[in-house]
Design a protein around this ligand. Structure first.
Ligand SMILES: [Zn+2]
Ligand SMILES: [Zn+2]
Length: 272
């Protein structure tokens, strides 16, 4: 099977603070790798700044919709990787209110949640678990509910690296809900550089996606431009389990944008 991947749907710029390249450097790298589409999905979480209620700390994300759609021949999508912060599956900022613009004026239509403020104009959101303290002592049913709840968020299109979080979950239940909502399960290259246990969990998830016919997104999760679009271990990983190529929505731009449209999050079919 051909595991050439022409989209990178989960990447970071230096806005993420433990990432090192600009958006231009990432687009340039995407072009050099022959990608058709790059999605920039910086962290949106408590990792960034102390003062969560200050919209000035998130202006990079909240204005990213102003980027060009096409840059150096690469289609550019803007989004973020939002942290799941509780067992209900809420995303970071859902309970934080912001009321002032970056210049200090009141919002024209009144206060809104930080989550809505940051994500409302984005193409899509990836929901991931990073800090796991919220799940201390939680059982499988509760941990599963966190991912199921995250899928209910209107802008969430992809569940990021479930295998890496290591939470004890009912994988089938999550996969089937994602499938029913036309949302994607992510398998990413960056996880292949972590521990064997995480890779084993990813393999089990990928096998169930294949068996249950659940579409996935394959991405690098690059934190530096030289890793954009570089799939070094994933092709062999997918090949070993004979993963069906047609379930990889990020294999090219047309399939990824069609899947995004199907999810109802945004309609970018004019780009296909
Ligand atoms: Zn990161
Ligand atoms: Zn990431």
């Amino acid at each position: 099977m051909d595991y050439t991947i022409r989209c990178d749907t989960h990447t970071h710029t230096l806005f993420s603070r433990h990432a090192y390249s600009t958006i231009e450097e990432n687009v340039r790298a995407a072009k050099a790798q022959g990608l058709e589409l790059l999605a920039s999905t910086d962290h949106y979480s408590s990792m960034l700044y102390h003062d969560f209620s200050d919209s000035r700390n998130y202006q990079y994300l909240s204005t990213a919709h102003e980027w060009p759609r096409e840059w150096m021949g690469v289609t550019l999508l803007n989004g973020c990787e939002a942290d799941i912060v509780d067992l209900e599956g809420h995303l970071f900022g859902w309970d934080i209110e912001v009321s002032k613009t970056i210049t200090g004026d009141d919002f024209k239509y009144g206060p809104e949640t930080l989550l809505h403020h940051v994500t409302k104009k984005m193409d899509y959101v990836i929901a991931s678990v990073h800090g796991k303290r919220f799940a201390d002592g939680a059982d499988r049913v509760q941990c599963t509910k966190a991912y199921l709840g995250a899928l209910d968020h209107r802008k969430v299109f992809i569940l990021g690296h479930i295998g890496r979080s290591g939470l004890d979950v009912d994988v089938d239940e999550i996969l089937l809900k994602a499938k029913s909502m036309h949302k994607l399960i992510e398998i990413n290259e960056h996880t292949m550089d972590t521990d064997e246990e995480a890779i084993r969990r990813c393999r089990a998830i990928a096998i169930r996606c294949a068996e249950l016919d659940v579409p996935i997104s394959v991405a690098t999760d690059a934190h530096i431009s030289c890793k954009i679009g570089k799939f070094t271990r994933l092709p062999a990983f997918l090949s070993e389990i004979h993963f069906p190529e047609e379930l990889i929505m990020s294999r090219d731009k047309a399939h990824f944008l069609t899947a995004l449209k199907q999810s109802g999050i945004t309609d970018l079919t004019d780009l296909i």
